[in-house]
Design a binder for this molecule. Structure first.
Ligand SMILES: [Ca+2]
Ligand SMILES: [Ca+2]
Length: 523
């Protein structure tokens, strides 16, 4: 995220506001019609067969990460406005709705909370982050109030990527994981590990007192992963405890002088090992040297590269595709370029993970603007799909027409995810200031899971691109996590619709290139 433009967006979107018109309580039980009491979206979405979606709340400003407090509260970080508590109830229905909103934390400059939120297992300590620091408060869920603020981690400020995702490990709740992104697209500052840039680090919070000095991010904590350009979503598999993150990859990419930015590199799902002391020896995932191939079509100097293999932008004696394969950990899965994954959350069984894709700005044909699911093997704790898969992410909730995702309108840009005890998926939307709820109500269509790989053993090497339509058009003026647009006040006319259509979905001018160990401007 780049927040100099976010302030304007907040002003235009109105910041956090009390919800003044509340829906009446439901009068029926267990009926899809019951959810008609909820809000009507102002734009179209499509939802996968077997799932329902409805809009739960709006007027939440630039809604980023969300957290269920275990007492019926959904906490929402509204960037640079504060944290709001939505009192969510089902009453006799399976359709959640919001009774009221309570402001938990006002915009407390110079805090400037902008993305991350966590709660201790007891639900009594709240954590939230700014670009510079992580803060903790005592939290009372019965009154949605905080007290005793203290700064626990600091020294994280840099330009460009300023969201600091917080993740408290369920298996090791003494460890708070914090992700810090790069200061530019291809950032030489991320190379020395002591800069603490493009890393995930874990901090022991069990021994902190109210008078403990804050940790310094670059020099303290346990290194979970490096070479991670901007890994915004972190999750732990509920059965095995394996830690994964989703990473936003570089833009405006060229290889050997050829523009490849539309289809490569892919976004990444990375595996970080376990917090029980068995972290892998090699924790460097490649950035800013190596990047994963997604689409092989017309890729310069392809040789034997397949989807998921990491490549270098140029081939030198010091840095080339072989170096990438030898020195750096490849992603566990690769997703279509520029979809901008911002969160990942598992279901309780560990059989699937939900991923929010904020949406693209750096490609001609827009992609993302959706919530997808990725199938997982609960026993191994690893994705079912191979690292070569082109379609590991299956769409659940999509923007109806991504070509309409322009800065002058409200549309779906999913950010934070939460899964409740009933398996429902809560989704925040920063550009709409909204929260959606997804619920599986029937069987999914298994035929939609046809596997497409590049290379590998299945022989399916047909160059298909995940069934992406050739919709033409020239949308994509939306932005991804790192560059929110200067939005104008959305004036979307009329109400949108929620359609069930199966799995059918509805910059920067200077480029740094790493050549022979030196970063050069290639324009
Ligand atoms: Ca990588
Ligand atoms: Ca990107």
């Amino acid at each position: 995220m780049r927040f100099q433009s976010t302030t304007a967006a907040l002003l235009l979107l109105g910041g956090v506001q009390a919800q003044t018109t509340l829906p009446p309580p439901p009068t029926e039980t267990s009926s899809s019609e019951t959810c008609a009491i909820n809000l009507t979206p102002s734009y179209d979405v499509t939802i996968a067969k077997g799932w329902t979606a409805h809009l739960l709340a709006r007027n939440l400003g630039f809604a980023r990460s969300i957290k269920l407090d275990g007492r019926g509260g959904l906490l929402v970080v509204s960037a640079q406005s504060g944290i709001v508590h939505l009192n969510v109830t089902d009453r006799a229905s399976t359709c959640p709705y919001v009774i009221n909103n309570i402001t938990v934390i006002e915009d407390e400059r110079p805090l400037q909370l902008n993305h991350g939120i966590e709660l201790s297992p007891s639900g009594r300590t709240l954590y939230a982050s700014s670009r510079e620091s992580v803060w903790a408060w005592d939290y009372d869920p019965s009154t949605a109030s905080v007290s005793n603020r203290r700064e626990i981690i600091t020294n994280m400020t840099n330009t460009d990527h300023v969201s600091r995702t917080l993740f408290l490990s369920p298996s090791h709740p003494d460890l708070l994981l914090v992700s810090r992104g790069s200061a530019s697209n291809i950032d030489p500052l991320s190379i020395p590990l002591e800069n603490g840039i493009s890393q995930i680090r874990a901090f022991n919070i069990s021994n902190l007192t109210s008078t403990s000095p804050p940790y310094s991010y670059p020099s303290q904590g346990l290194l979970i992963g490096s070479g991670l350009r901007n890994s915004v979503g972190i999750a732990e598999h509920p059965i095995t405890g394996g830690v994964f993150s989703v990473e936003n990859n570089i833009d405006q990419t060229t290889r050997l002088g050829t523009d490849i930015h539309n289809e490569n590199p892919g976004e990444e799902l990375n595996f970080h090992g376990f917090l029980n002391g068995s972290l892998p020896e090699n924790r460097h995932h490649g950035y800013p040297f190596c990047f994963p191939l997604y689409n092989r079509t017309d890729f310069p100097d392809l040789n034997t590269l397949t989807t998921g293999d990491q490549f270098s932008l140029n081939q030198t004696a010091e840095l080339n595709d072989e170096t990438c394969a030898r020195e750096y950990v490849p992603p566990r899965l690769t997703f279509k370029a520029h979809m901008a994954p911002l969160d990942i959350k598992f279901n309780s069984e560990g059989t699937r993970a939900y991923v929010s894709f904020h949406g693209s700005w750096n490609r001609d044909e827009p992609e993302g603007y959706k919530v997808a699911e990725v199938e997982w093997d609960a026993g191994t704790g690893q994705p079912v799909h191979s690292a070569k898969s082109l379609n590991a992410a299956r769409d659940l909730l999509n923007t109806g027409d991504v070509h309409r995702c322009r800065p002058d309108g409200i549309f779906l840009r999913p950010v934070g995810l939460q899964v409740d005890g009933r398996g429902r998926v809560f989704v925040s939307n920063d550009y709409g200031g909204e929260v959606w709820v997804l619920e599986q109500t029937g069987d999914v269509e298994e035929e939609s899971w046809e596997e497409v790989n590049y290379g590998g053993d299945d022989g399916n090497d047909d160059g298909n691109d995940d069934g992406e339509g050739n919709g033409g058009g020239n949308g994509g003026t939306g932005t991804d996590d790192e560059e929110p647009a200067e939005t104008s006040n959305p004036a979307v006319k009329g109400a949108g619709t929620v359609r069930t259509e199966g799995w059918v979905v509805m910059g920067m001018t200077i480029v740094l290139s790493f050549v022979g160990g030196i970063f050069v401007i290639v324009a």
